[in-house]
Design a binder for this molecule. Structure first.
Ligand code: ADP
Ligand code: TYD
Length: 209
């Protein structure tokens, strides 16, 4: 499960940072230049993974314990990697993921305080050790992200701004730890400016024409 031809790009950030907006713009830009590209979002993206998403976020199961949360997030990821991401990369199709392994490190590690080394191993197991070529961390302050979010909040968003602050700090640490792979993007800039920065970074890495 490791030889791949397509480019694999992931987007990360706290809830409401603006990453889904950027993911769509990038997919359109890549498809317009003839680089066939698909989108996936986590948790979800396959029949099984969407069922897991429902349990995790929408069934008001407030007593899910932290380890179960980590296992379900990575379970969803494993099915998505096996069924969708790796086969598309193998077929030469680019994949853009709205969240991937770093979400587990930031939310279940930084947010829920689970042991990071276990989570790294769990991610490796779940993904068959597949890693994105590049990851964009769209950084906004929790207060701004909260303003941008719609009124309807899922189970994790209901945990509030304190969790988002811990998650953001964890992401900033990940940027330092994995500085070759993760690119820090200032999410307070305009949508167009952020999109331009992302395209420029991909060109610099010879991942976009
Ligand atoms: P996420 O996927 O990170 O939760 P979204 O892309 O759905 O975030 O954006 C959340 C809201 O913020 C949307 O209404 C979107 O239009 C708006 N938004 C996205 N990017 C920006 C930006 N750079 N500046 C201002 N508002 C933004
Ligand atoms: P979603 O509605 O997709 O949020 P967003 O639009 O902000 O991406 O919900 C995904 C939620 O699940 C979000 O709060 C982050 C959380 N999450 C984790 O806690 N760990 C993970 O590994 C993943 C993939 C997501």
């Amino acid at each position: 499960m490791s030889i791949s031809n397509g480019i694999f790009i992931s987007f990360e950030g706290i809830d409401g940072c603006g990453k889904s907006t950027q993911v769509k713009l990038l997919m359109d830009a890549m498809n317009q230049t003839g680089q066939k590209t698909i989108l996936v979002r986590e948790p979800g993206g396959t029949t099984i993974s969407e069922e897991i998403r429902d349990i995790l976020l929408h069934r008001h199961l407030e007593d899910i314990c932290d380890r179960t949360e980590a296992l379900l997030m990575t379970g969803s990821r494993s099915q998505l990697t096996y069924e969708v991401i790796q086969p598309n990369l193998n077929a030469g199709i680019n994949v853009i993921a709205d969240r991937y392994t770093d979400s587990t490190l930031a939310y279940q590690g930084g947010g829920r305080k689970l042991n990071i080394d276990w989570l790294i191993k769990l991610n490796q197991f779940a993904t068959y050790e597949l890693e994105p070529h590049v990851t964009f961390f769209v950084d906004v302050l929790p207060a701004e992200a909260s303003r941008r979010k719609s009124q309807e909040r899922d189970r994790i968003e209901r945990a509030g701004i304190d969790l988002q602050a811990k998650v953001r700090n964890a992401y900033l640490e990940l940027v330092n730890q994995f500085h070759d792979r993760i690119v820090l993007i200032d999410g307070h800039e305009s949508i167009e400016k952020i999109h331009g920065t992302i395209l420029a970074e991909l060109q610099r890495r010879h991942l976009f024409e």
